[in-house]
Design a protein around this ligand. Structure first.
Ligand code: GLN
Length: 446
């Protein structure tokens, strides 16, 4: 009730929710009370959470931030939604997001932009801006999110939160609407690393319904939180401290490095030599995959359908041109071009080769260090409209987060200070399936 009241009172300002599921929340809360009364009390039992509107939720609109799915009522739950229900968590509603998770500012949502609770003239980041703003404004204690190129970590940085993108394959993608399937991974936005650990415990599972989900034993992600950091080797990539990085953000990250030294870690400058190619490779691979994934929205099976189509082609053409926004269309065009006969080898294959080199950089680095540390995003939250005219400046928001997705590694962002009253994010990157270690390193800082 407390959270529902706050959402009703404050969310008209922030616009962090697309759909509030009040009745379902109260019914789940009543069930959680019964479980608690019977002494069956898993950690999240009765804890309210919000789900990014990219996750299918039975009987509830699942829009993915698009006019295309504004009328789509999902007939099934995403696996992670089922997992949270089984853990007794209470779903408050579905959070706002960039259309089909394409964006870094939440300005591409069909439901309007989300305001950053730290400064309502600024964006909350994207694409999980609604999840981030809801947690930052205390409209949910934690929220689910997804990260294809930075969509959990960058909003975490801009809203002063802890954002965790697990290893690709750690968390099921079943029922998470696909953007770029080889990069998409579900994760969490919370205030602290401890909360992230609790949420990941409930979220992670092996799921035979997702062929890329890895059958890796489940861990208790809270187990290592209190481990001292003595002897920890932290690598700081020199390529992450270049011209594009705001000097005050760099200072906040450098101050965090000093804190880690005082906690017993040793710092080593490392090189990830192919980092500079990551954004270019991503903007071939992600649009290519999205152009294939979004072909299912054809006006026939579900979602938006245009009025009075003349014939089948007209139905496809008008349904798609009327219901997709500008950024989604740009990605479909770029991806279709990159995959077309004659261009496939020059663009898509080349980008995949670059992806392998980027992954190899990380594999080499992790033979020398335990964790990699750097900035999450080049600067703190920016004003609405300041990057919408120039897609490339928006794409560069993810220059430090994209390499992790290309390699499939886990990444996390935690707050590490402020610039002009706006939070700065510190990014920690771990080896495959080292979420426990990452959360430990984050928790010790907090
Ligand atoms: N901002 C990036 C993009 O627009 C990443 C989005 C994401 O991680 N979903 O593609």
């Amino acid at each position: 009730r407390h959270y529902i009241d706050r959402i009703q009172r404050l969310d008209p300002t922030y616009n962090s929710y697309i759909t509030l599921t009040e009745e379902r929340a109260l019914a789940q809360a009543a069930k959680a009370d019964e479980r608690l009364a019977q002494g069956d009390a898993p950690a999240l039992c009765g804890v309210p959470i919000a789900h990014k509107d990219i996750f299918c939720t039975t009987g509830v609109r699942t829009s993915c931030g698009s006019k295309m799915l504004d009328n789509f009522i999902a007939p099934y739950n995403a696996t992670i939604v089922d997992n949270y229900e089984a853990a007794g968590a209470v779903m408050l509603g579905k959070t706002n997001m960039d259309e089909f998770a394409m964006g870094s500012s939440n300005e591409t949502s069909f439901y309007g932009p989300v305001k950053n609770p730290w400064d309502t003239g600024c964006v909350p980041g994207g694409s999980s801006g609604g999840s981030a703003a809801s947690v930052a404004a205390h409209l949910a204690p934690g929220a689910t999110a997804s990260d294809t190129g930075g969509s959990i970590r960058q909003p975490a940085a801009l809203c002063g939160l802890t954002g965790l993108k697990p290893t690709y394959g750690r968390v099921s993608r079943w029922g998470m609407i696909a953007f770029a399937s080889s990069l998409d991974q579900a994760g969490t936005l919370t205030r602290t690393a401890e909360d992230s650990a609790l949420m990941l415990n409930a979220m992670a599972s092996f799921d035979p319904k997702d062929s890329t989900c890895v059958d890796q034993p489940l861990e208790d992600y809270t187990a290592e939180l209190d481990k001292p950091l003595d002897g920890l080797k932290i690598g700081v990539p020199k390529e992450y401290f270049t011209d594009g990085l705001d000097p005050d953000t760099a200072k906040a990250v450098e101050a965090a490095i000093k804190v880690y030294e005082s906690l017993g870690a040793s710092i080593k400058t490392i090189s990830l030599p192919h980092s500079g190619l990551a954004v270019a490779a991503y903007y071939v691979i992600a649009p290519a995959e999205c152009s294939a994934n979004l072909s299912r929205f054809d006006g026939v099976r579900y979602g938006y359908r245009c009025e009075n189509p003349k014939d089948l082609n007209d139905l496809y053409e008008r349904s798609r041109s009327e219901a997709f926004g500008e950024e989604v269309k740009r990605r479909i065009l770029v991806g279709t071009y990159a995959l077309s006969a004659g261009y496939y080898d020059a663009y898509y294959n080349k980008a995949q080769q670059v992806r392998r080199l980027i992954k190899q950089d990380f594999v080499d680095a992790f033979s020398e260090v335990d964790v990699i540390l750097g900035p999450t995003s080049p600067s703190p939250a920016f004003a609405f409209g300041s990057k919408t005219k120039d897609p490339v400046s928006m794409y560069l928001e993810d220059v430090f987060t994209i390499p992790t997705n290309l390699a499939g590694l886990p990444g996390l962002s935690i707050p590490c200070g402020q610039v002009d009253g706006k939070p700065v994010g510190l990014q920690l990157i771990g080896n495959y399936f080292a979420e426990g270690k990452l959360l430990n390193v984050a928790h010790q800082f907090q």
